[in-house]
Design a protein around this ligand. Structure first.
Ligand code: HT7
Ligand code: ZN
Length: 853
C-alpha cells in the first residue's frame, strides 16, 4: 500500500562509516562515483540494500571487483559475504532535466542540491535514511569558466586545475551526518564574507554566496547570521564547530531553506533584502530563516532524527529556537502575536481538516507531505509548553542534557522529553499526548462571582476533537496562565497563576473577591488551544484596555471583533459601537508601541472568521467584515489620518520603531480608504509613488489594487516596469493581484496565468499566483467553481514538473466539508478530477485521496 509506519522502525542492517563522492559535473550529464565503507549492523544475513530513485548503475564493485546485483524498484541490492566491505557505484544523472528540484539540479545556470528528505537517492545509491551517519569526502570537477565556485559540506581541503578548462575542489566534513544533510554547489557566485569569533575563541569564516549583482542585498542576512551565532552561544550554550559556514542563495527552491552541514542553501527570497525590494516582513523573514537554519547545526545536525516520524524533534524545537531569537531582536509581544496569528491561519485549520496528524505522525506515504504547520508550528508550541511548565532554568538544563547525551546520534522525540523529565524531576507522562494526539483542544472557561460571599469560581473543561483515525481522545496537559482583574479598579485581584489543566474538567476558587472579576486566560497563548469563555462584550473591551499581558490584550480585542463579526454573519446584527470604542481607546493610548497598536486594530481575516462558523459563507463574511471596516474608518477617520501623518514623515530605517510606524501607517491608510474618503486613492498612490522602501510601496499598491480606483492600473504598470528584472519583486506583483479583494479577482488571476512572466517551473512564482489565490477566501470560492477549476488545472500541470510543490497547494481544495453543499460538491469533483489524472505523483495521490475521505 506504500504506507510507512512508525511502529515498523528497525535499526539499519548496514552502516556506512565513510563515503567518498566524486562528481564530474555537467548540467546535461553528471557522472557520480560513490565509494562507501559499509559494515554489517548486528547478526543477520540480509543483503546490502542501497536506495536509488531514477538511477541506473553504470558499474557496481565490491572491494574493487565488479559484482552482480539486482534492482528492486529503484533499490540496488547486493549480496555481500563479509561484515565489512568497500562498495563503489557509478551513475550518470541529468541536473538540467531535474524539474522536481530534489537531488542535484540546475537553477539560474548554477548547480545545487536538495536532499532532505529523500533527495540523496536521486544522486547516488545509498541507505538514504537519517539514522545512517557517515563522514563525507567530496571531490567536484567542473568547467572553470561556467562554475568557478565549487562548494560542499565541511571544510575545503584542496583544489586545482584540470585539463580542458576544467578545475576541481575537494571538501571534507569531519562530522558524521545523514545523507539528507549532504550538499554541493557549483556556480558563478560571489560572496559577502565576514569572520565570527566563537565563545571559545575560534575564528569562523562566514560567506553568503549570490550572483555578483545581488551582493549589495546580502548585508542583512550576514548580520542576522552573526547575531544568530552569538544568540545560540548565550541562550543555549551552543558553539559553531567548523572553520567555515557558507550560505548559497538560489532562485528555484521547493522550501524556504536547507540546513546542510556547513553549507546552507536558501531560497533567495530568504537571503536578499534591501529597502527598495524587500518589505519589513521580508527583512524579518530573512533574519528568522537564517537563524532557523543556523540553529539546526545543533538541533538537527549534531543531534539528528532517528526516522522521519521524529521530524518535529528537529523542526518544532528549531522553530521554537528561532521564535525566541526573533523575539529577542525586537518586541517579544508583537512577535508572539504574529506567531499565534500564523498558527491559527495554517495549523488550526490543518488540525481540523482531513490532513490532521499528530506532531509525531504514526504513518505516511510520502514524507515530503509532512513538512507541515503541525510538525513545525504546533511542534514549537509543544516545546514552548514544556519550557513554560519547567521554567527557564530547568528547561535549559534539559536542553543541555539532550545535546550532550545525543550529540553525534539520531534521536527521537521521546529522547527529548525524557531529558526534560530527568533535568527537572517533572513527570511528563501525560504531557506526551501532545506528540500522539492530533486535533486542537478546546477549553471552556466560565467564571461566576457571588458578590455576597466574595467568592469567585472558575470552571474549566477541555475536549479534544476527533481527527482522522483518532475518534476518541484523552484529556491533555494544558498549561494555562490565568489572572483576574477587578472591573472597577482595573487592578489585579490575584497574581497570575499557571494552571495545569490535566483532567477533563477542573474548578478554581478565589476568595475575598469584592468587585466583579474579569478573566484573563491563556495569557501569552500559553497553550495552543481554542478557549471559549462567558466573557461579555464589556469584559473584552475592559481587557483590551487594561490587561497587563500584551498578548491577552490583543486577544481580547480580536475576540471582541470576532464576536461582532460572527453575530453579523449569523444573525445580520451590525452593532459596531463596542469595537469602535475599543479601537479608539487603543489608538489613543500613548503607552502602547505602534507595532502593537497596528496588530491590535487589525480585523481578523476572512478565513479566521470562517473558521468560527459551522458553514463558511465567504461572501457574507467578506461583506460584514467590509461593513465593520467602513464603520471603523468613518467613525475614527481623524484618528486614522493622525496616525497616518505621524508615521509619514519618517525616513526608512529598519528598526522596531521604524517597522511599527510603517505597519500602523499602512493599517491606517486601509481604514481611511475604507471610510470612503474622496482622497483615499490619491493618498495610496502618493504613498506608492514617493516610497523610499518596499513596505510603503507595496502597501500603497495593495490598497489601490483592492480599490475601484483607475489608478490601480497605472500603479501596477509602474511597479511591473520598475522591477521587471527582479523575480522576487515580480512575485509580489503576482501575489498582490491574487490576494485582491475585488469582485473580478478570479478572472484577473486566470489572465495572469497566461502572462509571459508566469511559470510553474519556479515554485516561488507558482505559490505567488496559485497558492495566494487559493487562500483568498472570497475570490477562490466565488464564480460557481471557477476558482476551483483553475487551481485544479494548475495543480495537474504543476504535478508533472514538481510534485512536492503541487502537493503543498492541495489543502484549500481539501476544506470542502467546511462549505455549503454546492461548493463542497464542486470542490470534491475537482479533487476527483485530479485523482483521476494518469501518472499522478505519489505526493499528490496521498494529499488528494486523504482530502476526499
Ligand atoms: N529542513 C528543511 C526542510 C526542507 C525540505 C523538505 C522537503 C522538500 C524540500 C525541502 N527543503 C528544505 C528546512 C527547514 O526546516 O529548515
Ligand atoms: Zn527547519
Amino acid at each position: 500500500s506504500g504506507v510507512i509506519r512508525r511502529a515498523d522502525y528497525r535499526a539499519p542492517d548496514w552502516l556506512v562509516s565513510d563515503i567518498a563522492l566524486d562528481f564530474d559535473l555537467d548540467p546535461a550529464a553528471t557522472q557520480v562515483r560513490a565509494t562507501l565503507i559499509v559494515t554489517r549492523n548486528g547478526a543477520h544475513d540480509a543483503p546490502l540494500r542501497l536506495d536509488g530513485d531514477g538511477l541506473t548503475p553504470l558499474s557496481v564493485k565490491v572491494d574493487g571487483i565488479d559484482t552482480p546485483y539486482t534492482m528492486e524498484g529503484g533499490t540496488l541490492v547486493i549480496a555481500v559475504p563479509g561484515d565489512a566491505h568497500e562498495i563503489e557505484t557509478r551513475v550518470e544523472i541529468a541536473p538540467a532535466a531535474n524539474t522536481q528540484l530534489m537531488g542535484l539540479y540546475a537553477s539560474g545556470g548554477n548547480l545545487c542540491t536538495q536532499c532532505e528528505a529523500e533527495g540523496f537517492r536521486r544522486i547516488t545509491f545509498f541507505p538514504d535514511r537519517p539514522d545512517v551517519l557517515s563522514k563525507y569526502r567530496v571531490r567536484m570537477t567542473a568547467d572553470k569558466a561556467r562554475f568557478p565556485v565549487l562548494l560542499a559540506n565541511g571544510d575545503p581541503i584542496a583544489s586545482g586545475d584540470a585539463a580542458d578548462g576544467r578545475h576541481w575542489a575537494e571538501w571534507h566534513d569531519p562530522f558524521p551526518k545523514p545523507s539528507y544533510l549532504f550538499a554541493l554547489v557549483a556556480g558563478d557566485l560571489a560572496a559577502n564574507t565576514a569572520t565570527f569569533t566563537t565563545m571559545s575563541g575560534r575564528q569562523v569564516t562566514l560567506g553568503i554566496w549570490v550572483r555578483e549583482k545581488d551582493l549589495p542585498k546580502t548585508d542583512h542576512a550576514l548580520h542576522a547570521l552573526k547575531l544568530s551565532m552569538a544568540w545560540d552561544e548565550q541562550v543555549y550554550g551552543r558553539e559553531y564547530d567548523l572553520d567555515v559556514f557558507n550560505i548559497v542563495a538560489v532562485d528555484d527552491f521547493n522550501f524556504g531553506a536547507m540546513e546542510n552541514k556547513g553549507l546552507n542553501i536558501f531560497n533567495s527570497r530568504y537571503i536578499l533584502a534591501d529597502p527598495d525590494t524587500a518589505t519589513d516582513y521580508d527583512y524579518d523573514a530573512v533574519a528568522a530563516v537564517v537563524a532557523h537554519e543556523y540553529f539546526h547545526n545543533w538541533s538537527g545536525n549534531r543531534v539528528t532524527c532517528r526516522d522521519w516520524f521524529q521530524l518535529s524533534l528537529k523542526e518544532g524545537f528549531t522553530v521554537y529556537r528561532d521564535q525566541g531569537f526573533s523575539a529577542d531582536q525586537g518586541s517579544a509581544a508583537v512577535k508572539r502575536i504574529e506567531d499565534v496569528r500564523g498558527l491559527r491561519a495554517a495549523q488550526f485549520p490543518e488540525d481540523a481538516g482531513p490532513l490532521a496528524h499528530p506532531v509525531r505522525p504514526d504513518e505516511y506515504v510520502e514524507i515530503s507531505n509532512f513538512y507541515t504547520a503541525t510538525i513545525y508550528n504546533k511542534g514549537a508550541e509543544v516545546i514552548r509548553m514544556m519550557a513554560t511548565i519547567l521554567g527557564p532554568q530547568k528547561f535549559r538544563a534539559g536542553t543541555d542534557r539532550y545535546f550532550d547525551r545525543f550529540d553525534g546520534t539520531a534521536a527521537t522525540c521521546e529522547d527529548f522529553v525524557a531529558c526534560m523529565e530527568e533535568a527537572s524531576g517533572v513527570d511528563l507522562t501525560q504531557f506526551r499526548l501532545w506528540y500522539s494526539q492530533a486535533g486542537t483542544p478546546r477549553v471552556t472557561a466560565s467564571l461566576e462571582h457571588e458578590a455576597g460571599s466574595g467568592r469567585a469560581r472558575l470552571d474549566l473543561r477541555q475536549s479534544v476533537p476527533p481527527t482522522p483515525g483518532q475518534p476518541n481522545k484523552a484529556p491533555m496537559v494544558l498549561p494555562l496562565r490565568i489572572k483576574l482583574f477587578g472591573a472597577e479598579t482595573a487592578q489585579p485581584i490575584a497574581e497570575e497563576q499557571l494552571v495545569l489543566l490535566s483532567d477533563g474538567d477542573a474548578q478554581l476558587t478565589f476568595d475575598g473577591v469584592t468587585e466583579r472579576p474579569v478573566l484573563s486566560i491563556n495569557r501569552g497563548f500559553s497553550a495552543p488551544v481554542i478557549v471559549d469563555t462567558n466573557r461579555s462584550v464589556a469584559d473584552l473591551a475592559f481587557l483590551s484596555a487594561h490587561d497587563d499581558d500584551p498578548f491577552a490584550r490583543y486577544e481580547a480585542m480580536q475576540q471582541l471583533m470576532l464576536d461582532t463579526l460572527v453575530a453579523a454573519v449569523t444573525h445580520g446584527r451590525a452593532d459596531h459601537a463596542s469595537v469602535i470604542e475599543a479601537v479608539a481607546n487603543t489608538l489613543a493610548d500613548p503607552a502602547l508601541d505602534r507595532a502593537f497598536v497596528a496588530e491590535a486594530v487589525l480585523l481578523p481575516s476572512d478565513s479566521f472568521i470562517g473558521d468560527q462558523l459551522p458553514v463558511v459563507d465567504p461572501e457574507a463574511i467578506f461583506q460584514k467584515r467590509e461593513a465593520l471596516r467602513r464603520d471603523l474608518g468613518k467613525a475614527l477617520e481623524p484618528q486614522w489620518r493622525e496616525a497616518y501623518e505621524a508615521a509619514r514623515a519618517n525616513r526608512f530605517e529598519y528598526s522596531p520603531a521604524g517597522k511599527g510606524a510603517r505597519r500602523l501607517k499602512s493599517v491606517s491608510l486601509g481604514y481611511v480608504i475604507a471610510s470612503g474618503a474622496a482622497d483615499g486613492a490619491d493618498l495610496a498612490f502618493a504613498q506608492f509613488d514617493a516610497a523610499d522602501n518596499m513596505t510603503d510601496r507595496q502597501g500603497g499598491l495593495t490598497a489601490l489594487v483592492n480599490s475601484e480606483s483607475d489608478k490601480r492600473h497605472a500603479a501596477l504598470d509602474i511597479f511591473y516596469n520598475r522591477y521587471a528584472d527582479n523575480a522576487l519583486v515580480l512575485d509580489k506583483w503576482f501575489q498582490t493581484q491574487a490576494l485582491a479583494t475585488r469582485d473580478d479577482t478570479a478572472a484577473a488571476v486566470e489572465a495572469l496565468a497566461s502572462h509571459p512572466d508566469f511559470t510553474l517551473a519556479n515554485p516561488n512564482r507558482a505559490r505567488a499566483l496559485v497558492g495566494a489565490f487559493a487562500v483568498n477566501q472570497r475570490a477562490f470560492h466565488s464564480g460557481e467553481g471557477r476558482g476551483y477549476r483553475f487551481v485544479a488545472d494548475q495543480l495537474i500541470a504543476l504535478d508533472q514538473l514538481n510534485p512536492q510543490t503541487a502537493a503543498k497547494l492541495v489543502p484549500p481544495l481539501g476544506r470542502w466539508k467546511r462549505f455549503d453543499a454546492a461548493r463542497a460538491a464542486r470542490m470534491r469533483s475537482e479533487l476527483e478530477r485530479i485523482l483521476a489524472t494518469p501518472g499522478l505523483s505519489k505526493d499528490m495521490t496521498e494529499q488528494v485521496s486523504k482530502s476526499l475521505e
